[in-house]
Design a protein around this ligand. Structure first.
Ligand code: ATP
Ligand code: MG
Length: 274
């Protein structure tokens, strides 16, 4: 294991997110390559302590469908650095931009791998809360893994979910905007399924489904579309299996949405594409 940041050499910047910067780094002694995400530390010590407690749990996550976290470091500046498994093909958002939309057979494989990752996390009582193309990483072996627990939350009943509310609004499920449901019996697991459905539609049509191509998201319009509009559906070119799978994910009412284990046995995921 790596126990000091000084054991690492920065090679280059891989990208920037809302919360920080990701570097490609090399472990000096072993030459192993990792990704290092540096985020600005919160000055509130209770919040910081909670972040570290959560990160300890996340450090123990061990699934081939979830990006490994090899360590969490606190810099003297207060910044927090996460050492992660390096994924050499970047994010699905990067791949969409550089290589265009995905075929149904690749999306079936992506869906299966993300569902396996969510199955693992949900079994550990972890809701990701920020599933979207830029948080799904790929490598050259075409393995897809869930990344970025920056905003994910260990399910904790003692915490007011409205207070601990975080995440990217664009991929948020309708019930997350509703103070009545976003309360005591709010089901965070179902919200991850909504985000997965939206992500798959985006990778198929090439743009964020609630907005016409190229339009910049405007928070109010978007929220109205998510809460009061019809859920996005696939164009006629898509197969019946794919359309049905997306309908199962994009049920506006969270109790009608399929669970991870139900979706893992959906024909779109189990079908042999050869
Ligand atoms: P957010 O802050 O909401 O998570 P984001 O997902 O776009 O936004 P980051 O998670 O900070 O931003 O990631 C920024 C970029 O760094 C990604 O687009 C990706 O190119 C790269 N990246 C992140 N993690 C890894 C990794 N483990 N391996 C390789 N590249 C990575
Ligand atoms: Mg991210």
């Amino acid at each position: 294991d790596i126990d000091r940041l000084s054991d690492l050499e920065k090679l280059r910047v891989l990208g920037h997110g809302n919360g920080g910067t990701v570097y490609k780094v090399r472990h000096k002694r072993t030459s192993a390559i990792y990704a290092l995400k540096v985020v600005q530390g919160d000055c509130d010590t209770t919040v910081r302590r909670q972040i570290f407690r959560e990160m300890e749990i996340l450090r123990r996550t061990d699934s081939p469908y979830v990006v490994r976290c090899h360590g969490v470091f606190e810099k003297p500046t207060g910044d927090i650095a996460f050492l992660m498994e390096y994924m050499d093909a970047g994010t699905l958002e990067n791949v969409l931009k550089s290589r265009g939309t995905f075929s149904e057979s690749s999306l079936s494989s992506i869906a299966r791998q993300v569902l396996n990752g969510l199955n693992y996390l949900h079994t550990q009582k972890i809701v990701h809360r920020d599933i979207k193309p830029s948080n799904l990483l790929v490598n050259k072996k075409m393995e897809v893994k869930i990344a970025d627990f920056g905003v994910s939350k260990i399910m904790c009943r003692t915490l007011d979910p409205c207070v601990s509310y975080v995440g990217t609004c664009a991929y948020m499920s309708p019930e997350r905007f509703d103070p009545d449901t976003y309360g005591a019996n709010y089901n965070g697991y179902a919200a991850d399924i909504w985000s997965l459905g939206l992500t798959l539609v985006e990778l198929y049509v090439g743009h964020f489904p609630f907005l016409p191509p190229g339009q910049r998201p405007d928070w109010a319009t978007l929220m109205c579309a998510i809460c009061f509009g019809e859920p996005p559906s696939l164009p006629d070119s898509a197969s019946e299996d794919f359309k049905s799978f997306i309908r199962c994910c994009l049920q506006k009412e969270s109790s009608k949405r399929w669970t991870v284990s139900q979706l893992l046995s959906h024909p779109f995921v189990t079908k042999d594409w050869k």
